[in-house]
Design a binder for this molecule. Sequence first.
Ligand code: HEC
Ligand code: HEC
Ligand code: HEC
Length: 103
Amino acid sequence: MKFLTLAVTMLAILAIVGAAMAVAPGKTAEWDTSLGKVVFDGQKHADADLGCMDCHPKVFQMKSGSFDATMPDHNAGEQYCWACHNGTRAFESTGNCTKCHQK
Ligand code: HEC
Ligand code: HEC
Ligand code: HEC
């Protein structure tokens, strides 16, 4: 019983610390690219009913600046943003460059 209480407390603390550091609702992550700035909005992704596990750790590491995506990554539609932005779970890259890249 004591162990269970401790385990639950630890999990709660982890969840709070994780959420505080995450690209949580209200926060953004940004990348400067040759095609302008890309902004990832934590709020908009939370609004789309995505949980941490939809992105971590399979699609993104829990660390800013953890990946360096190229055009082939965009077109493969398998990794990073394009694991979803491939026309199945979310809008595809083709024809939608300016939805992510802001001049
Ligand atoms: C739709 C995808 C997505 C969801 C859902 C998501 N994240 Fe992230 N998270 C990202 C991206 C993208 C980054 C930035 C990765 C990078 O720059 O390499 C990130 C970064 C992080 C970081 C590192 C932040 C830093 O400043 O180093 C943590 C911690 C994190 N996420 C935790 C969480 C937690 C906890 C949740 C659930 C509450 C969550 N994430 C939900 C996509 C997501
Ligand atoms: C779902 C969001 C998203 C869409 C849609 C998107 N991009 Fe990107 N793009 C990114 C992100 C994020 C990066 C930066 C990755 C990094 O720095 O690691 C990037 C990087 C790039 C780069 C720099 C690549 C490099 O090798 O340095 C180019 C060029 C680019 N995108 C062009 C495009 C074009 C053209 C389109 C439309 C066909 C497009 N992007 C659509 C998110 C997107
Ligand atoms: C786990 C799936 C998933 C991943 C990974 C993901 N997205 Fe999304 N994204 C969505 C969904 C779902 C929506 C809402 C539906 C739509 O717009 O097609 C969305 C919406 C968006 C929007 C439109 C927001 C608006 O104004 O309505 C942008 C811009 C965007 N994502 C950028 C990114 C970028 C940049 C990355 C990578 C850093 C990324 N997304 C990674 C699922 C994802």
